[in-house]
Design a protein. Structure first.
Length: 343
C-alpha cells in the first residue's frame, strides 16, 4: 500500500507556488512479487511434488482382497493377516468376510502359530448352532477341521477329538458328520488305539463306507496281529547276560559294547580282589554295577522303541494304502483318493 504525503514548499516570490507529492513505502511491483513468492512457498509446503489438491486413492474390496492374497501366496503370512483384517474392517458386509477370517487362521497355521490360528478360527466356528446365525457354510466346517489340525500339531489329539465330536453334535449335515467320524478314527489310529478307531469308523453311514474305503481299511486293521513286536520283559530278563537284551532287540552294536564293558569291569573287579587290592576291586565293582543296571534298563527301553517303530511303520503303510486325503480348504473340500499300494 502506498502512503502519499503532501508538503508545502516555500519558493521565492518570483516563482509559482504549487504542492509537490512525495511517495514513500515499497513500490507496487515489489509488493506484488513478495506476495506471489509467499503463495508459491505455501503451495509447495501443502502439496508436495506428485500430490495434487483433491487427489484421493480409492481401493475397493476386490483390490484389497487381492492384495492380501498376494502376501499369502508369497509366504508373508504376517502381512497377509494384516491385510485380511483390514479387508474385514473396511468391508464388513462383503460376502467374502468369512473366507478372509478363515485365511487369517490358515496364515497363522502356516506360520506355525497354532494357538493364534485356533483363536482366529474360533470366530467362525462359534456361530455354528447359535440362534440368529445363518447355517454353517463350507468355510465354517473347514475352520473346524483346521482347528483340529492345530490341536494335533500342538500335541493335544484329545482336544482335537473333542472339537470334532462337538461338530458332529451341532451340525445338521450328514456328510459333515461322516467326514468328522472319519477324521476322529484316523486320530485314534495315529495313537495306536485300534478299537476306538474302528468304533469311530463304524459311525459312518452305510452309503458312504465305500467312499471312505472302509472295507480296505478293515482288512488292513485285521493284520494288526502281524505287527512284529519285542517283549520288554524278555529283553530285561535276557540282559542278565550282558548285551543279550540288546541282541534280542536287533541292536547289535549296543550288544557288543555292553558285553565288552560289563565283561571287562567284572574281570577287572575279580582280578583286583584276587590281587588283594580291595579298593580298586570295589571301585570296579561299583562302576560295573552301574553299567550292568544301565544295560538292563536300555534293553527294556529298546524293546519299547522297537514296538513303537513297528507300529509307526504299520500306520504309515496303512495311510499310504487306504487313507483318503481330505482337503480343509472351503473351495476344495472333497476327496482325493490315494491308490498307491505297497507290497
Amino acid at each position: 500500500m502506498r502512503y502519499c504525503h503532501f508538503k508545502k514548499i516555500q519558493f521565492s516570490q518570483n516563482r509559482i507556488r504549487r504542492p509537490v507529492r512525495i511517495i514513500t513505502g515499497a513500490p507496487e511491483s515489489g509488493c506484488r512479487g513478495i506476495r506471489i513468492l509467499f503463495y508459491l512457498l505455501l503451495t509447495a509446503l501443502l502439496f508436495p511434488p506428485g500430490v495434487t489438491p483433491g487427489e484421493v486413492l480409492q481401493i475397493d474390496a476386490d483390490q484389497q482382497i487381492r492384495f492380501a492374497e498376494h502376501y499369502f501366496s508369497a509366504g508373508e503370512y504376517e502381512k497377509a493377516v494384516a491385510e485380511y483384517e483390514r479387508f474385514i474392517h473396511f468391508f464388513p458386509d462383503d460376502a467374502r468376510v468369512g473366507q478372509a477370517m478363515y485365511q487369517i487362521g490358515l496364515a497363522h497355521f502356516k506360520a506355525k502359530k497354532y494357538q493364534k490360528a485356533v483363536d482366529a478360527l474360533m470366530t467362525l466356528t462359534d456361530r455354528i448352532g447359535q440362534p440368529g446365525h445363518q447355517p454353517a457354510s463350507d468355510t465354517v466346517y473347514a475352520a473346524c477341521y483346521l482347528i483340529s489340525a492345530c490341536y494335533e500339531k500342538m500335541g493335544t489329539p484329545g482336544q482335537s477329538i473333542v472339537n470334532l465330536r462337538n461338530l458332529i453334535v451341532v451340525t445338521d449335515d450328514p456328510q459333515v458328520r461322516d467326514e468328522s467320524h472319519y477324521r476322529v478314527g484316523w486320530i485314534f489310529l495315529e495313537a495306536g488305539e485300534w478299537e476306538n478307531a474302528m468304533s469311530a469308523f463304524g459311525q459312518i453311514r452305510q452309503e458312504n463306507q465305500e467312499k471312505y474305503r472302509l472295507k480296505q481299511l478293515e482288512a488292513e486293521l485285521n493284520r494288526i496281529g502281524e505287527i512284529p513286536r519285542k517283549s520288554p520283559e524278555l529283553a530285561g530278563a535276557l540282559s542278565i547276560i550282558p548285551g543279550a537284551g540288546y541282541l534280542y532287540c536287533g541292536r547289535y552294536y549296543d550288544a557288543l559294547t555292553a558285553l565288552i564293558l560289563n565283561g571287562g569291569l567284572m574281570i577287572g573287579a575279580y582280578k583286583a580282589f584276587d590281587n588283594d587290592n580291595p579298593a580298586l576291586g570295589s571301585l570296579a565293582a561299583i562302576v560295573g554295577i552301574g553299567f550292568y543296571s544301565g544295560s538292563i534298563y536300555g534293553s527294556v527301553s529298546s524293546a519299547h522303541k522297537y514296538n513303537q517303530d513297528s507300529t509307526r511303520r504299520f500306520i504309515d503303510r496303512l495311510k499310504q494304502n487306504t487313507r483318503i486325503h481330505l482337503s480343509a480348504a472351503p473351495e476344495k473340500r472333497g476327496f482325493i483318493l490315494s491308490f498307491h499300494y505297497s507290497f
